[in-house]
Write a protein that binds this ligand. Sequence first.
Ligand SMILES: Nc1ncnc2c1ncn2[C@@H]1O[C@H](COP(=O)(O)OP(=O)(O)O)[C@@H](O)[C@H]1O
Ligand SMILES: [Mg+2]
Length: 243
Amino acid sequence: MPPIIVARQLGKTYRSGKIETHALRDASFSVDRGEFIAIVGPSGSGKSTLFYLLGGLTRATGGSVTIDGLDFNSLSDAERTRRRGEKIGFVFQRFNLLPTLTARGNIELAHSIASPGKPFDSTLLGKLAELLRIEARLDSRPSELSGGEQQRVAIARALITRPAIILADEPTGNLDTENSDTVLGMLRHASQELGQTVLMITHNPEAAAVADRIVYVRDGRLHDTPPPPRADSKPFLSSLLSD
Ligand SMILES: Nc1ncnc2c1ncn2[C@@H]1O[C@H](COP(=O)(O)OP(=O)(O)O)[C@@H](O)[C@H]1O
Ligand SMILES: [Mg+2]
């Protein structure tokens, strides 16, 4: 089977006025169906930019990204939005739950966007809520939930659509050890048993160790092995841990 994600010399330069930031340069890699990849790197290295590009949330300024055979950069905005909803479940670093909806409302909305007209799978929601320990919180609004609870609602929202690809930015960042282990176990299960492809940004070496493969990001470039520390910066691992 062809890889589900293929990035070729993908690049993103942010421009504001005369200032250019090369957030990502020449990123070439591919991801097999069902693979679980951890993306690690210090703050500001380009991880979230890579996340937005791979998820079709923003357009590259160079190179291409193909998701399940579709060149996301060449699609119209409307088509890209539709395909994205069908194929990808997102867990954002800041959760991005809608404040006016309850936890359940947020999860139901994600389903109706991804699968318009299809019945909502209440059994799956029940299972996810039980595993994520949010059954008692489903009728609460985000402002009534702790950070860890909001994060677990965001994870249920990403999984409810049974997406082919799960993109998660620091999904265990706000969780205690028990909930973190649960979430990592669910992502592992999604990849190993359900064949879903998982890309997880993380600062946590224990979380990264759960993945099949680690991609290191440094100064907007991807590496297969930890890049050597720069003379003018802290060692890679300590900069990773102190973020
Ligand atoms: N919307 C933006 N406009 C301008 N610069 C940005 C924007 N988003 C990110 N950057 C810059 O791009 C670089 C990479 O950022 P980001 O991808 O968020 O890194 P990470 O997620 O690894 O912390 C940083 O220098 C950051 O300041
Ligand atoms: Mg980030």
